[in-house]
Design a protein around this ligand. Sequence first.
Ligand SMILES: [Zn+2]
Length: 329
Amino acid sequence: MRKLVLVFVALALALLPGCSKGCGKKASARPSVVVSIYPIFDLVREVAGPDADVSLLLQPGKNEHTFDPTPKDIERAAAASLGVMVGLGLDPWMEKLMKDAAPKARLLQVGQRVPTINIKEDPVGDEEVDKALEAADAGHDDDHDHGDAAKGHDDHDHKVGAPDPHVWLDPQRARIMVNAIGEELSKADSAHALGYRQRAAALEGRLDALDKEIEGRTKALSRKGFVTFHGSFGYFADRYKLRILAVIEPFPGSSPSSEYVQRVLKVVKDKQVPALFSEPQLDPRPAKILADEAKVPLGVLDPVGGGPETDSYEKMIRYDMAQLEKYLK
Ligand SMILES: [Zn+2]
């Protein structure tokens, strides 16, 4: 009888809510990770697998350059032991949020782990694009070293822009980022380091395959030049030797001047650009007006994803590729 009572007491203690904090510590030790934007979130959740809770801050469909955290977002950031963002000026809102809500958490800025390209000074200045392309074509160098190219640019004395932050749209750079994500998760949660590293390696392999696939598909395009809505596809174009002939809205959210629009229109007509592309995160009206005026169709290029057809990084890249094939074939 006495034994039975003791068992009951032990059971009751185990079930007490006060105990759940201490006793359940092992179960709730899964680290929380917050990620700024969708494509990076998808890569992080793949690497995290069942070992960490990963949540997204900027909801799909929203412009990646701005963000107002809700109280719930602040709560999630505060509980995180790791934050993952792009950096390079794309998502400074994330850095601020982490500094305020979780100053002790680790913060990985994946954009700082990859070679960068500077934003072109004049988004309609196709002269510079042509020159760069000629140089690239002359070399026909498949092992084109982006790092040195970017450095070479900096070494020149002419005025150049800031680094383009849309680094994830090149699958090879995404692969480097995945490696960094695996290492960072391993540091934040060393007990599951093996799992993080294995899943990172598997994803790196898939991104390599994706890169080869896109390389083949872009080589088959008969048209290599296209016009984007905002300056998001620079790395994609650089990786696959395509050219961005013009950018409709160089500064997302601020309408371009009519003089600027006329210059874009001239490029569209002169180069017989077959289509324009809007982006799901931005107001499509300026692109629609331009497309109507130039009498070309309007496609969609999605740099962020998270929609029904773009709910993984790989699906997003394939969706964009299919859009380019539809209009540049
Ligand atoms: Zn952007």
